[in-house]
Design a binder for this molecule. Structure first.
Ligand code: ZN
Length: 386
């Protein structure tokens, strides 16, 4: 994975965002990073809820378009294979939530009920796919989750709680900033076998608006940063679907409005300033690279049931406002298309194969029971580590 990341970064002049990504590996340049962090913070205004995905992916795409074309080619081939075989083997992805807090009684230390609600909502949103998610009950070393001996709270399956305040964490994480690897380094399960979800108090990015979450495409970040980051305020409420949106990115889905923003413009700004209709002549390689979603400009926090889509011969807005990968309102989003579902499965097969064979949701061994010769399954279980 590191090799792939390097290949993304190689080339000529690096953009600012690329330089920041490169600096993940050089913690000594703290002064520069603090400088960037302060810029991001001062630029941030409240308003339109956004996702941080475009902030990191667009510079990478500009820097190395060939890498992304090759990624699409591999995905298309896997999709064709899936379509030929006609059926898909269901896959359940083990998820570990890292609740990064600043004190046991702080608002960043969210209730476990929010995690339970989040995983139920996530699975409901993926109900029409062959992908589901489970709360991890075993860590990479083969210990149970929760691990009471390690300080976890009884009953909190799939959760690690970490007080990061002694490591300089004040409740916020900057996408691509110096504190992202520090915070994530405090609690991390190997990305080959787990989907890591870090829950933080606040996410800072270079764009305007409130960043609800962000996720990395496979093989486009250092492996120890790979996963989903969520602002705690957008996780674990009944009709909220930000986690599903980020899971879409984690499995190679672009925004359905990909390509609607002029180069250099900040289309996440409050006025939602997208002005270009995404190209869609070659639907496998333009726009969101999905052929059963129509080209459109981003919805700006609305859920218009009717109206016109100037990017698609004035068809109804309803064609896209319900898609999880749009920017319509939370209550509006409820759909992944067939091609999106197939592409996410293709991403699992091609770039995240370890998730389908992970033992993360297989009961960890009870060390006392494992001593029993009568319980060979338990003995076997004890030996399994990831
Ligand atoms: Zn997004």
């Amino acid at each position: 994975m590191k090799k792939n990341f390097n290949s993304v970064l190689k080339g000529g002049k690096l953009s600012i965002a690329l330089q920041i990504l490169n600096l993940f590996r050089n913690a000594k340049i703290i002064g520069i990073l603090l400088f960037f962090t302060s810029i991001f913070y001062s630029d941030r205004v409240s308003g339109q809820q956004i996702c941080g995905f475009d902030e990191y992916i667009h510079p990478l795409m500009q820097q190395n378009p060939q890498y992304f074309e090759e990624m699409e080619l591999q995905l298309q081939q896997a999709m064709e294979q899936l379509n030929r075989q006609g059926s898909q083997t269901p896959i359940t992805i083990p998820v570990i939530f890292h609740i990064m807090h600043t004190g046991v009684n702080s608002t960043t230390n969210i209730d476990y009920s929010r995690i339970q609600t989040a995983i139920v909502s996530l699975n409901a949103d993926f109900a029409n796919s062959n992908i589901q998610f489970c709360l991890a009950i075993r860590d990479p070393q083969g210990n149970p989750v929760p691990n009471i001996a390690a300080g976890d709270i009884a009953g909190e399956i799939g959760v690690k709680r970490v007080n990061g305040s002694q490591s300089g964490y004040t409740g916020s994480m900057t996408l691509g900033g110096s504190n992202e690897p520090i915070i994530k380094g405090l609690s991390y399960f190997g990305n080959f076998s787990y989907l890591n979800v870090w829950v933080v108090g606040d996410i800072l990015t270079g764009g305007a608006g409130t960043t609800a979450g962000f996720a990395y495409f496979p093989n486009t970040s250092p492996s120890n940063l790979d996963g989903i980051t969520m602002d705690k305020d957008f996780l674990g409420y009944g009709n909220w679907h930000v986690l599903s949106h980020e899971a879409g990115h984690f499995l190679n889905l672009y925004h359905t409005f990909e390509g609607d923003c002029p180069p250099g413009a900040d289309c996440n700004a409050n006025n939602c300033s997208a002005t270009i209709c995404p190209l869609n002549v070659d639907c496998e390689n333009q726009g969101d690279r999905i052929c059963d979603t129509r080209p459109h400009k981003r919805s700006c926090g609305n859920c218009l049931p009717n109206g016109q889509n100037a990017c698609d011969n004035n068809s109804s807005n309803a064609l896209f406002v319900h898609n999880h990968m749009d920017y319509s309102t939370e209550i509006c989003r409820n759909t992944f298309t067939d091609n999106q579902n197939t592409k996410m499965m293709a991403a699992l097969m091609t770039f995240r194969p370890g998730l389908s064979t992970s033992l993360g949701c297989v009961q960890a061994c009870n060390p006392i029971l494992s001593l029993s010769l009568l319980n060979l399954q338990q003995v076997h279980c004890k030996l399994d580590k990831m």
